[in-house]
Design a protein around this ligand. Structure first.
Ligand SMILES: Nc1ncnc2c1ncn2[C@@H]1O[C@H](COP(=O)(O)OP(=O)(O)OP(=O)(O)O)[C@@H](O)[C@H]1O
Ligand SMILES: [Mg+2]
Length: 384
């Protein structure tokens, strides 16, 4: 049985790079049990490193599943020398990622001159260790392959939207589907901290279906209900937003029929709705997050500059966006200040809205070119 639970987030190993587990984590044993068994197996073949892949569409919960496995007690015992984590994304800057791992393994003197030399050095450092290497969000087999390092006691866990990548890596692949109805309802209940009963439960179930059982869309919806919106109104709004998106070209949505595209449409609809309901200034703040690189840890200092606010106001704004489920929790820093992350799909939308025309389509952008936006950001940075 998978031993993780929402109150079991203990890290028992010194080297641990996985992100925090979502606050309202719902166990998905139909995947984690097998995945974990696979990770705990010791390979009889000492020449090739075992690669396991979690594959599935955007926002279905791949990275979260990998995170949950990293927090599992037995997984941490099996990989007692550490769990390394890298999030690649579409255009990864690979050398700093590799040298980050070198340093995490305690070597601060190595000069990373080339990818090959750094990868070889890592191979030596990892040779006699038991380390789990998590390669999150791989978009290219070539990128992922560089991280297939490590000795016979190491393993690689890849997450990817592309099944072809898992195949090329010859990985044992687990295809992750959306949540079940009961997992979806559990996520809503945990987020709202109360049972959903009677007519509410019926409408919530209808909403879950409309949102394609996607955990990220469900979190956005729960945040709206926590804010006082009724299930019925939210359901109508989401349905209206989906119809509106289908009449627009942006998602290529007008003749969407396949399952994956319908799910993406549901997520876009719920994200659009959450963003439209933000006060104008906060919406602009959210959109400006699109200028940051993907997968950075967002701090109050950073956003104080970006949003031209004092640190306390920036802290409050970040907490507000987190309460709307528009930001995820980031790593906790030594000074205990909270940090945040932007889901890659939200980052894509923020970046899109930065450049999208003002007052056009169903969600207005800021109409700023990316180069111009970078210039404005640099100017703000200089002034502070
Ligand atoms: N099992 C779960 N329990 C609770 N929340 C979850 C769960 N899985 C996913 N979520 C929520 O949904 C969000 C999106 O999930 P996740 O980032 O894991 O998706 P993904 O499949 O890795 O997406 P992408 O392909 O864009 O990288 C998470 O940040 C979390 O808030
Ligand atoms: Mg992911």
């Amino acid at each position: 049985m998978f031993s993780n639970s929402s109150d079991n987030r203990t890290v028992r190993i010194d080297l641990f790079q996985a992100p925090p587990l979502p606050r309202y984590y719902v166990d998905r044993p139909e995947y984690t049990d097998n995945l974990k068994a696979n990770l705990l197996t010791n390979s009889s073949d000492t020449r090739a490193i075992v690669v396991t892949a979690i594959h599935g569409l955007g926002a279905v919960g791949k990275s979260t599943l990998a995170t949950a496995l990293a927090y599992d007690e037995e997984v941490q015992s099996r990989f007692a020398d550490g769990i390394l984590w890298v999030t690649l994304g579409q255009e990864p800057n690979i050398l700093p990622m590799l040298s980050g791992w070198v340093q995490a393994l305690g070597d601060y003197n190595f000069k990373p001159t080339s990818l090959e030399a750094t990868a070889n050095h890592l191979r030596t450092l990892l040779y006699d260790k038991s380390v789990l290497l998590v390669v999150d969000d791989a978009w290219s087999p070539d990128h992922a392959r560089i991280f297939n390092l490590g000795g016979p006691r190491c393993q690689v866990l890849v997450t990817t939207r592309e099944k072809a990548i898992a195949d090329i890596l010859e990985a044992e692949t687990y295809s992750l589907d959306v949540m079940t109805l009961s997992q979806s309802m559990q996520l809503l209940t945990q987020r709202l901290e109360c049972e959903i009963t009677g007519e509410d439960a019926k409408q919530a179930e209808a909403l879950v279906k409309e949102l394609g059982y996607l955990p990220l869309a469900l979190e956005l919806a729960a945040a709206q209900v926590a804010d006082g919106m009724s299930w019925g109104v939210l359901l109508e709004d989401i349905q209206g937003e989906i119809v509106e998106l289908k009449t627009l070209d942006r998602e290529g949505a007008e003749d969407v029929t396949d399952e994956g595209s319908l799910k993406r449409l549901s997520l876009t609809a719920s994200l659009n709705l959450s963003i439209k309901q933000l006060p104008q200034e906060t919406r602009d703040n959210f959109i400006w997050l699109g200028i940051l690189p993907e997968d950075v840890n967002i701090t109050q200092e950073m956003t104080a500059v970006l949003w031209e606010l004092d640190e306390q106001d920036a802290t409050d704004k970040l907490a507000y966006l987190r309460s709307k489920a528009l930001l995820l929790d980031g790593v906790v820093l030594a000074d205990d200040k909270p940090t945040y992350r932007l889901h890659d799909l939200f980052h894509d939308l923020a970046r899109y809205l930065l450049t999208a025309p003002i007052d056009e389509g169903n969600l207005s952008g800021l109409g700023i070119g990316l180069t111009e936006a970078h210039g404005i950001f640099l100017e703000k940075y200089r002034r502070c």
